[in-house]
Design a protein around this ligand. Structure first.
Ligand SMILES: Cc1cc2nc3c(=O)[nH]c(=O)nc-3n(C[C@H](O)[C@H](O)[C@H](O)COP(=O)(O)OP(=O)(O)OC[C@H]3O[C@@H](n4cnc5c(N)ncnc54)[C@H](O)[C@@H]3O)c2cc1C
Length: 503
């Protein structure tokens, strides 16, 4: 059996965990990363939409249940690099107003401001190789130039940008973490969003965070190591983590623990770690752990054009003119961006009764848009660890009618471009933008973590994944997870260098 005495245990190798590892590598701290999944295998199915969507080859086989008891296989992916292995590479900074919360109190203020995160956003963009064009998004917060120029539009997308401009809108190049351009490894293969990149061109957690630290002698990664609970000792200090690795049940001690298992799994681990001193679970004196589950309101709109759409990488265009509301309806708001190119099997995965030729026909002629609105935090929207080991997801998204009004408006505009616009709503079965379940805040009575993602109740426990979000904004989450993880990691690194002890 391997023996090692890590100073820091990081649970999960996604954006949150990988970024912390990157910050601590080289400080002299011995780091152990525990990842329940394995490296994704390179195989022909990586780029096969039938395998990825219809056969759900890479999705977890575990089941969740909804409040009615209906069981389903959630869109959770457990691999080194976490969900970014499949993500769509849209790398947005949240807006300044997102950190201030909503005036009507429906979304709380964050305990940090945009200014606190701005230097870390810049670093996160460098690490992920984000391409974009500053100064064109009307809602952009203060920022310098992107590390790389934007990815050019393909012809159909350029026509879309022109058509939207004619409607008086201000479309802009979407910031994207793809290694595209002279010398870059992107081949515009056509399988990107929701697929694994076969060429290492997608800026994901494995390529940008984990691979670079694995050469370091003080960093160890255990794959297929599923953490089941944390053990708390005197003064609330976490003393050890329990895990299952193959047939073995193991316990590993350390001085500092960073929980980065993703919003749903981090909450589950904390809830399942309940003991006599912490009957509601760890970090949960406030009772918020597992609550305020958010996932964004996500609606796909397929504009059907008479000709074929042969675009390979459509995710170069976005519109934020309605980020702060429609002119006559400030509640109806959100971001518009392109989806990855839809293929027939993706449609059949969502609508199994649709005949294959029809699905393929629709996919050939569609231009695919995503409308994203903020999902307001609701205390009753929650993840529950059931006594029999199961998981219940009681998802209650906030402000749904406002999202519907926003989508109706966008659809009306798209109808000026396309003869037919079809709608598809994404639900919590695909918790791709899951967040908020271990929220940070100033007040220990209403939050689990402080502004540095440290548990109010445990001096050596940090929770660093999308679970820390107090609100969801209406933009893709990964860059914000990375920026805050860089900030927390810098704090941990300074503490280590100062004391030669993990805090
Ligand atoms: C199809 C898809 C498209 C997306 N597109 C975008 C996009 O374009 N832009 C964007 O910003 N975001 C996008 N997202 C969301 C983005 O990928 C996530 O917000 C981000 O990866 C979350 O990072 P995380 O560190 O919070 O958690 P995760 O990425 O979930 O990482 C958690 C890690 O912990 C591991 N783990 C879980 N439980 C345990 C356990 N018990 N023990 C040990 N390890 C455990 C997991 O295997 C995983 O590696 C997309 C997501 C999906 C699924």
């Amino acid at each position: 059996m391997e023996t090692l005495n890590p100073d820091v245990v990081i649970i999960g190798s996604g954006v949150g965990g990988g970024t912390i590892a990157r910050q601590l590598a080289g400080t002299g701290a011995r780091i152990l990363i525990l990842e329940r999944g394995d490296f994704l295998p390179e195989e022909p199915q990586n780029a096969d939409a039938e395998a990825v969507f219809v056969q759900a080859r890479y999705k977890t086989t575990e089941e969740y249940q909804d409040p009615t008891g209906r069981r389903y296989r959630p869109g959770q992916y457990y691999y080194v690099g976490g969900h970014t292995k499949f993500y769509g590479t849209a790398m947005f900074r949240f807006r300044e107003s997102d950190f201030r919360g909503r005036e009507d109190g429906t979304a709380p203020a964050w305990p940090i401001s945009y200014g606190d995160l701005a230097p870390f956003y810049a670093e996160a963009e460098r690490i992920f190789g984000v391409r974009g064009q500053a100064g064109h998004d009307p809602t952009d917060p203060p920022r310098d130039a992107y590390p790389h120029p934007p990815i050019p539009h393909e012809p159909v997308i350029a026509r879309m940008a022109d058509a939207l401009r004619r409607q008086g809108l201000r479309p802009f190049h979407m910031p994207s973490a793809v290694d595209y351009g002279p010398g870059g490894s992107c081949r515009r293969c056509g399988t990107c969003d929701a697929f694994i990149c076969r060429f290492g061109a997608k800026g994901d957690g494995e390529t940008r965070l984990i691979r670079p630290v694995l050469n370091h002698p003080d960093v160890t990664l255990w794959t297929n190591a599923r953490v089941t609970r944390l053990i708390a000792g005197e003064g609330g200090r976490i003393t050890a983590v329990e895990l299952q690795r193959g047939d073995q049940r193991l316990r590993v001690s350390a001085r500092t623990f960073v929980l980065s298992a993703g919003a749903i799994n981090s909450a589950l681990i904390l809830l399942r770690s309940a003991d006599a001193a912490h009957p509601q679970g760890l970090a949960n004196r406030s009772g918020v752990v597992g609550r305020h589950l958010m996932n964004h309101h996500l609606t796909g709109l397929m504009g059907l054009m008479p000709g074929r759409n042969d675009t390979k990488f459509p995710k170069t265009l976005s519109v934020n003119d309605f980020y702060h509301g429609l002119p006559q309806d400030s509640g109806a708001r959100g971001n518009i961006q392109m989806l990855g190119k839809i293929q027939g099997p993706m449609i059949r995965a969502a609508y199994p009764v649709m005949p294959r030729p029809l699905a393929n026909l629709l996919a050939r002629h569609s231009v695919d848009w995503l409308c994203m609105s903020e999902d307001l935090p609701n205390r009753d929207s929650r993840v529950t660890a059931l006594h029999d080991g199961g998981v219940r997801i009681d998802y209650r998204p906030g402000a749904r009618p406002a999202h519907d009004r926003f989508v109706r408006h966008v659809r009306t505009r798209l109808r000026r471009i396309f003869p037919l616009v079809l709608r598809h709503d994404f639900g919590i079965e695909a918790p791709s933008h899951q967040c908020g379940t271990v929220r940070m805040g100033q007040d220990p009575d209403s939050s689990a973590l402080n502004a540095m993602c440290r548990a109010h109740d445990h001096p050596n426990l940090y929770v660093v994944d999308a679970g820390f979000f107090p609100s969801s904004a209406a933009l893709n989450p990964a860059l914000t997870v990375c920026a805050q993880a860089l900030r927390v990691g810098a704090h941990l690194r300074d503490a280590w260098r100062h004391d030669q002890t993990a805090p």
